[in-house]
Design a binder for this molecule. Structure first.
Ligand code: SF4
Length: 225
């Protein structure tokens, strides 16, 4: 096992011991996870939950209903998630893609080979890498690591990456140094988010952090990549 692999597993075990298994993603159905992944861009989950609740209450949280919805009605219903006009378009693009290219069969769409599915998701206007990987991992059960600002910040401060690492480089580092296990990728990402929200903020609060005992430099970091 390489030093990087060992460090990553130590990080995961320490976080798991503190937080327990985090049982992500908070969604009941695959379509709910996909919609949530698209709506969560640039907002917090509480706002997404309100938008999902609106759709659910109106009986619209399914592909045919979403596909048939008027754009303004859709935007109004997801208003709590913010940037609702932009997000309505992104949702519509995603729904249309599955309807037009996969006959509306979301399960068949998500069952495609990992590389093909990622390529297709990234070809949809408004679906970026983090959203694509979230859909693949949490709705599709694919072995793909979701990278976000928290992941970047924690790995940088623990000297596993440098400031010039981009999304794909970080994803590659994680995937090549961890066992190929979707369950592990699922929970590891959730643990990174949990540490990032509570401790590894723009100004690190290392005291009490589950990773405090591991070598780190809290002064390294930038907020976006
Ligand atoms: S808060 Fe400190 S100990 Fe925790 S992950 Fe960030 S740098 Fe590491």
């Amino acid at each position: 096992m390489s030093q990087t692999s060992q460090t990553l597993m130590e990080m995961y075990q320490a976080a798991l011991t503190r937080f327990g298994h985090l049982k992500w993603w908070p969604g009941e159905t695959r379509i709910e996870i996909c919609v949530g992944a698209i709506l969560t861009q640039n907002t917090n989950w509480t706002n997404v939950e309100k938008a999902l609740a609106n759709l659910k209450a109106a009986g619209k949280l399914n592909l045919p209903a979403l596909a048939a919805m008027d754009m303004n009605d859709l935007a109004e219903m997801i208003r709590p998630a913010g940037y609702f006009n932009v997000k309505a378009k992104r949702l519509r693009n995603f729904i249309r893609h599955v309807m037009e290219h996969h006959g509306g069969d979301l399960d068949a769409f998500l069952a495609m080979a990992t590389s093909t599915l990622r390529e297709e998701l990234l070809s949809i206007n408004g679906i970026g890498r983090e959203t694509a990987d979230s859909i693949m991992l949490y709705a599709g059960g694919k072995c793909t690591f979701v990278v976000d600002t928290y992941t970047f910040r924690i790995l940088l401060r623990h000297r596993l990456i440098d400031t010039d690492y981009d999304y794909e480089m970080i994803k590659e580092l994680l995937e090549s140094n961890l066992p190929s296990d979707a369950e592990l990728f699922n929970d590891f990402h959730a643990q990174f988010v949990s540490i990032g929200k509570s401790y590894c903020k723009p100004v690190a609060r290392c005291e009490g952090c589950p990773l405090e005992h591991l070598p780190h430099d809290p002064n390294r970091g930038r907020d976006e990549f």
